[in-house]
Design a protein around this ligand. Structure first.
Ligand SMILES: Cc1cc2nc3c(=O)[nH]c(=O)nc-3n(C[C@H](O)[C@H](O)[C@H](O)COP(=O)(O)O)c2cc1C
Length: 462
């Protein structure tokens, strides 16, 4: 029998879809309510998920309100997982660290501490960051370019592993009778001096139970792929559709093999945004609601705001789909039905949007689309998987069978109701089909990772 998939929860407390927080089922202010975080953690653990995953973003600004509201205000990920370590017992806890700005010694210390305190449930998602404003928040003149970020990231990973190995096996003796606490020979400095990272060590935290914490890397560029292929245990990739996920996973496995690894050592995980309800129709109704709650310029309200995105109006949508300036469609109201004859005249962008809205939401099955649906789907695209438990499980199975993914990071359009729906409805079906439910004490074991290769050269035999 094949192994269950890797399934984690990608926790965004305000919800992963930009209008999610406006849905009547959403918690009003999950960001400020630790009880919601605790609930998500316990639900994930009880449902048999492998880990809770917290991303990070090192700056904020009013422009994020409409584009990516979940980036506006985020609890520090290491603090979040440490807090949740205290209310969970088995689930893995993965925190994002931005290697462009983080200090390697402080990072090794915080993450080793997390691993010690959780008995080996910790993991690190290493990113190099895509937010230029982070630079000014960290005393830098500018966000480093892609090659410089990845040069530093490669050194950062090597330094982390050397630091995690500071305390060799058996270094802590604690022989009370003899009065010998440690074997100083087995306490090793990192002694790392790269171009971007310099750190001496040793680390003043005990050896992490997992030795090396499982390392996730999320990115999109060729340098990101190279880093994932050579160093990561899990590659978290952007996968808008099955075909691109298959080719990304194939490429990553090829690169891993070319670097001398067994390609099965690198697991490829893709984000997924299931909108789940008891029936397919109820799930479609949720998506429709979400689309209708996307703020658009409908003649009142938001349009005057400086940060309001320019592409959220009927005019800009019609421009994008090639409808002429003198076309009668220009005078439509956003809540008018889209006439079939006008839809037929859409250029590729519009035709694609129409198809996406229909395919992903099934809205056309029961009713006609309005301009508001199309504007929202065009301006705020999301790869929803919409339906009852069988539809969600079919999706997971299809992607696994096609070689698109070794696992999924599950997003929830709004919290905690959609995560509750996923764990209560979809998770049992996934378990029934053998797609969910890995075992193992530590996160490394749960992810079926091989024992870490030592970063320190073995001690010379005298
Ligand atoms: C699925 C996924 C999740 C990501 N999560 C984060 C994150 O939480 N924080 C962050 O700074 N960057 C995150 N990134 C962004 C990457 O760090 C990266 O900067 C961005 O994708 C640009 O790619 P590149 O760094 O390879 O040029 C994520 C990327 C992907 C594909």
């Amino acid at each position: 029998m094949t192994e269950p998939l890797i399934v984690g929860a990608m926790v965004r407390t305000i919800g992963a879809y930009p209008s999610g927080w406006r849905h009547p089922g959403a918690h009003a202010d999950p960001q400020g309510d630790a009880a919601v975080l605790r609930r998500i953690a316990r639900l994930g653990e009880d449902a048999g998920l492998d880990y809770l995953f917290f991303g990070d973003w090192l700056a904020t600004g009013p422009d994020l309100e409409f584009r990516d509201p979940y980036l506006l205000a985020r609890i520090d990920p290491v603090s979040a997982v440490l807090y949740l370590a205290g209310v969970t017992e088995r689930i893995g806890l993965i925190a994002t660290v931005n290697s462009t700005y983080a200090d390697p010694y402080a990072t090794a210390r915080a993450t080793a501490s997390l691993d010690v305190l959780t008995g080996g449930r910790a993991g690190v998602n290493l990113v190099t960051g895509a937010e230029p404003r982070a630079a000014a928040n960290h005393g830098r003149d500018a966000h480093a370019d892609n090659p410089a970020r990845y040069d530093r990231a490669e050194e950062f990973v090597r330094a982390l592993r050397l630091l995690w190995e500071s305390w060799g096996e058996g270094a802590w003796i604690a022989d009370a009778a003899a009065g010998v606490l440690i074997d100083p020979e087995r306490l090793r400095p990192a002694g790392f001096a790269g171009e971007h990272v310099r750190v001496e060590g040793p680390l003043n935290v005990a050896r992490p139970p997992q030795g090396h914490l499982p390392l996730v890397h999320a990115g999109t560029s060729p340098r990101s792929r190279a880093l994932a292929a050579t160093e990561a245990d899990l590659a978290l990739i952007a996968a808008p559709d099955l075909g691109s996920a298959v080719s990304a996973r194939t490429e990553l496995r090829g690169l891993a093999e070319a670097s001398g690894r067994d390609p099965d050592e690198l697991k490829v995980v893709v984000p997924v945004l299931p909108v789940v309800a008891e029936t397919d129709a109820a799930a479609r109704a949720i998506v429709e609601r979400l689309l209708l709650l996307v703020p658009i310029d409908d003649g009142g309200g938001h349009a005057g705001r400086e940060a309001f995105p320019a592409n959220r109006s009927l005019g800009s949508f019609l421009d994008a789909v090639g409808v002429a300036p003198d076309d009668p469609a220009r005078v439509a109201a956003v809540d008018d039905r889209v006439p079939a004859e006008t839809a037929r005249r859409f250029a590729e962008a519009g035709a694609t949007t129409l198809r996406l809205v229909q395919d992903r939401t099934g809205l056309a099955a029961g009713r006609d689309l309005t301009w508001r649906h199309l504007i929202a789907a065009h301006a705020v695209p999301a790869a929803f998987v919409v339906g009852g438990p069988a539809v969600i499980a079919d999706h997971f199975e299809r992607w696994r069978d096609a070689g698109a993914a070794d696992g999924f990071n599950v997003l929830s359009a709004f919290q905690p109701a959609q995560f509750e729906a996923f764990t209560a409805l979809a998770a049992p079906e996934l378990r029934r089909r053998g797609l969910l439910g890995r075992s193992g004490e530590t996160l490394r074991e749960r992810l079926s990772l091989a024992a870490p290769r030592p970063a320190h050269a073995p001690a010379a035999v005298a």
